[in-house]
Design a protein around this ligand. Sequence first.
Ligand SMILES: Cc1ncc(COP(=O)(O)O)c(C=O)c1O
Length: 455
Amino acid sequence: MSVSTLATAPSVCAPLPVLGRDVTVPLVTGGEVTYAALDYAASAPALQRVWDDVAAYAPYYGSVHRGAGYLSQLSTDLFENARRTVAEFLDCRAGDQVVFTRSTTDSLNLLAAALPAGCQVFVFETEHHAALLPWRGARVTYLDAPSSPRQAVEMLERALADRDPYGPALVCVTGASNVTGELWPVRELAAAAHAHGARIVLDAAQLAPHHPVSVADLDVDWVAFSGHKLYAPFGSGVLAGRADWLREAEPYLAGGGASRKVSRREDGGVDVEWHESAARHEAGSPNVIGAYAIASACKALTEAGFDTLVAREQYLIEKVRAGLAEVPEVRILSLFGDDAPRVGVLSFVVDGWNSSHFAAALSAEYGIGVRDGLFCAHPLVRTLLGSDPQTQGECGAPEAAPGERSLNAIRVSFGAGTPDEHVERFLRAVKELVADGARWSYRTEDGRCVPDTSA
Ligand SMILES: Cc1ncc(COP(=O)(O)O)c(C=O)c1O
């Protein structure tokens, strides 16, 4: 089925029930409207199923790995089963480890702390800061933004060909951009990395909520993602993949849970035997509810069926693209071109509008939550906007005259819980704002654009 046939389908399938779907918010112009959450790329609403599972477990909550009591044992089983569910969801290889972390940022920092000595890291400048910045102890090669998936692979191959062939190396790449939503050629990049003796970690923060991720099939060495973007906002994330570097590294945090045996030495010091399993990097009391919630989301998405979810999301993407294409003042940001495959994440600028002003008006006048700014991917957004790194947009008066460059962008993002109405309201709002302007006046407060209610 092609994307264009999907766009004309009346409805591909119903959205999955999420929390907050009936929440109403006040409009500055008067009245209330149901909130249209179109910022899934930042944090997606919890799936109702995840919430129900967590609520059902909550009375049985107990300490993990420590207690002799029934609820402790039950919670320990639940936590370890969650690990198995995530391993299945990611189609991990035998011997891979699943470490529960706090988030993608935490997962990538954990891997950065586990790099072998002398490791070289290769990362595109287009990455989210969580993937761009953790490699502080390593020699890092930053690759420029490619203009096509094919060029990305060629650039990586060239960079790897120049590396020290005997030392360890790691490539870090996103599966789907948090700015453009575009899919990256992960399998090809993994093949290039391996052909040059390097390893690869996939930042699946934006991919895992939208597409199935198979560690085995993509042949990536590690994958990282966050629960709160996968409809499970309970403070957990995942790093899954090869055990060797993790097993050989110092524990990420030192403390109980990570240590198997601690004894005083005769010289007065302390000897520690660290676990070799995932527990090595999970010191302290684990977030069992967070892990359970992620496992619940993995099951819910798998049971709903990614084929169905992807078909619905593609239908919404096509609807948004077609609607925005009717507004000549709107420019969608893209590295790989208009027709590049993508997830439900689109960033754009509007000629004659400051993006913060536009986003504030979408919220205050239409009850629509999007995001504006540089999306923790400053180099990428500035490359896409062609803007000067030193300049910053101000709210209030339109910042860029028609044809001029904006300094930040607006991002609309959606997923499994998004009803058609949210997308339709968004498109109507964009058209009205561009045609008629905002109905309210706005000012800057603490760096945010807010409706001016002083008049
Ligand atoms: C592609 C990508 N990677 C990493 C992150 C960091 O995720 P978290 O904030 O959950 O650590 C984000 C968050 O937006 C992201 O979009």
